[in-house]
Design a protein around this ligand. Structure first.
Ligand code: SF4
Ligand code: SF4
Length: 156
């Protein structure tokens, strides 16, 4: 959550993080109430739900969503007509996201960390990059409170 105000001609701002490793401890209850209270007190407050695997702040605040942006990462796209199956890309990849077979190179996109290294080491310039959608980011308003939330796609 981000809170700011102008007190006595002096800009004051705070970032307040509510976090816990355990579910059911009341993180969302505390965060949403703090954010609403700050906004109701006249502060410029932004509630940011960073729990991208299971965001639920919207269930408490019921914001009006004004914008939804797709979030993507770059993954390799192998041009089979250029590829010589040399295996350099698969040997380079520390995340085992590529498997070079005699006839093709297989990509396991969920293992790719988008480092771009396989493209750099390919001697045939056979590796391009394409965008892989992994989730979305939503922004909106809940009264005077600004709302931001990220959410991963289930299959990502
Ligand atoms: S971009 Fe990096 S992590 Fe992804 S497949 Fe290529 S080398 Fe592996
Ligand atoms: S490094 Fe390039 S040429 Fe070699 S297997 Fe990978 S994509 Fe094919």
């Amino acid at each position: 959550m981000f809170v700011s105000n102008n007190l006595a001609q002096k800009d004051v701002s705070m970032k307040i993080a509510i976090a816990s490793g355990k579910g059911g401890t009341g993180k969302t209850t505390v965060a949403t109430n703090l954010a609403r209270l700050a906004a109701d007190q006249g502060y410029h407050a932004v509630y940011v739900d960073c729990d991208v695997e299971a965001p639920n702040g919207h269930l408490f605040l019921r914001p009006e969503i004004t914008e939804t942006i797709a979030v993507t990462v770059s993954v390799p796209d192998i041009d089979a007509s250029r590829c010589s199956n040399c295996g350099a890309c698969a040997r380079f990849c520390q995340y085992h996201a590529l498997l070079c077979l005699p006839e093709e190179v297989l990509l396991f996109p969920e293992l790719c960390h988008s480092c771009g290294g396989c493209r750099l080491v390919c001697p045939k310039q056979a590796v391009d990059e394409i965008d892989r959608p992994i989730g979305q980011c939503q922004t909106g308003r809940c009264g005077q409170l600004d709302f931001v939330s990220g959410c991963l796609n289930r299959a990502s």
